[in-house]
Write a protein that binds this ligand. Structure first.
Ligand SMILES: Cc1ncc(COP(=O)(O)O)c(C=O)c1O
Length: 440
């Protein structure tokens, strides 16, 4: 067990749940063996606390580091912000330049507000939508963060969020009075949204969704959602926290051609620096002034400075084209490696937000073994991959060679029934569950 796992054991005793983000729990990857903490990260190379170096072919800071770790241009902008003072009695001028840039990229939008995390920005958007409409209920599809308006969907019927985030998400601590304020519908299921509108239309403040991700909109689904929102008077909010700056400079909705009333960005917009934004049509955004939305740390200077540098570089270097090429190469490589080794595998998702599933009843065991074998070969690997500008085609060629070798071992282990014997620790645990500090 490395220094990282030792530290994680301590963390679980002093930090409930061990980490600040569910998706960074080492148990989700490789229990007892995942390096857990990093000493440094640069480009696509991660160094753990014991000085071991790994190439990151997994989720690149949960999708935040679109340019790669420690991008020199973004870091220079952050350092300049530090040199000039990150906090002051006066405001950071970068806030205005960033609002102009975001509205220029999304011509339907007229105004922007900021926060520093995705979930926080989503709460801000919902508050503005409720303030604007004077209504309270929300129809939503997909995952939108940890805050009360969203988890309220699991009050009473504890399976509402199944299929949207993960089964078993507990809403303890969310006021019971929020019951019946958030209603889920599934992507491409316009009838489900229409049902919600039929029952709650007169009280509906917002319709919230990602405009696409795992699957694309079919049969004019987004156009129909737009129509329903306009007809009902609900504010249409596109959550672009994960999809934003993944396929194009801005929201993925720009490629689809359906405009929301508000869109929310975080993650990739600042290459890992804390930053999030809500943009929207001016008429809706102005309602931010009829409620109270205000926080000291939303005025610090590093976030908007890093975001401006990230977006400018993204446009200048045509990062979208690069990462789409890298993502496609990885998906093709997985398919070919599976074919060569006879492993049953299915790839899915956008090229820049992709993953594979191993089509076996013991998929979790097999995927855990994949992660273990790749780690032993110097890779942080997972069955998901989020490409960055720092990944080059030659990195992918080397990676796929190693993947092919590992897939062959998986196939042999599965055929001979020795997958569990080969695992050096417990099987990965996905989903939401409680960590007990000492034994887990
Ligand atoms: C679509 C979507 N919305 C909201 C969030 C929450 O953002 P954050 O983790 O920055 O609070 C995420 C994070 O994964 C997301 O993918």
């Amino acid at each position: 067990m490395g220094t990282g796992q030792e530290l994680y054991k301590k963390a679980k005793c002093i930090i409930p749940g061990g980490t600040q983000l569910l998706s960074k729990r080492p148990e989700m990857f490789l229990p007892d063996l995942w390096p857990a903490y990093y000493r440094s990260a640069k480009g696509i190379t991660v160094t753990d606390l014991d000085g071991n170096e790994f190439i990151d072919m997994s989720i690149m800071g949960v999708g935040a580091c679109i340019l790669g770790y420690g991008d020199p241009d973004v870091d220079a902008a952050a350092k300049a912000a530090i040199d000039n003072g990150v906090m002051c009695t006066l405001n950071a001028p970068e806030e205005v330049e960033l609002a102009e840039l975001l509205c220029e990229l999304h011509p339907w939008a007229g105004m922007a507000r900021y926060a520093r995390s995705g979930g926080e920005a989503m709460s801000l958007a919902i508050r503005i939508a409720r303030a604007h409409t004077g209504k309270e209920k929300v129809a939503f599809c997909g995952y939108h963060g940890w805050t009360d308006w969203y988890l309220a969907a699991n009050l009473g019927a504890d399976n509402s969020l199944d299929g949207h985030l993960m089964p078993g998400l507990e809403p303890a601590g969310v006021p019971r009075s929020l019951r019946d304020t958030a209603f889920p519908f599934h992507f491409n299921q316009i009838e489900q949204l229409k049902d919600i509108v039929a029952k709650h239309g007169k009280d509906l403040a917002a319709i919230v969704m990602e405009p696409g991700r795992e699957i694309s909109a079919e049969g004019g689904f987004l156009e129909q959602v737009r129509e329903v929102a306009s007809a009902t008077g609900a504010v249409l909010i596109f959550d672009e926290i994960t999809t934003g700056f993944r396929m194009t400079a801005g929201g993925i909705h720009l490629m689809i051609g359906v405009n929301p009333d508000m869109a929310v960005f975080a993650k990739s917009m600042a290459n890992g620096y804390a930053m999030s934004a809500v943009i929207g049509i001016s008429e809706v955004m102005e309602s931010a002034q009829s409620t109270f939305i205000s926080s000291t740390n939303w005025t610090e200077r590093i976030g908007p400075s890093a975001s401006l540098a990230t977006i400018k570089k993204y446009i200048k270097e045509n990062v979208a084209e690069h990462i789409i090429g890298i993502g496609n190469a990885v998906m093709k490589g997985w398919d070919e490696a599976a074919k060569v080794t006879g492993l049953k595998l299915h790839t899915s998702g956008l090229p820049t937000l992709n993953h594979f599933s191993l089509e076996y009843p013991n998929e979790t065991e097999l995927t855990t073994l994949f992660i273990q074998l790749m780690l032993e070969r110097g890779y942080l690997a997972f069955n998901q991959f989020k490409p960055s500008f720092a990944h080059k085609q030659e990195d992918i060629i080397r990676y796929i060679t190693v993947v092919t070798e590992v897939f062959a071992i998986l196939k042999e282990a599965n055929d001979s029934g020795t997958v569990m014997n080969k695992l050096k620790g417990p099987v990965a645990r996905r989903g939401f569950y409680r960590l007990t500090s000492k034994k887990d």
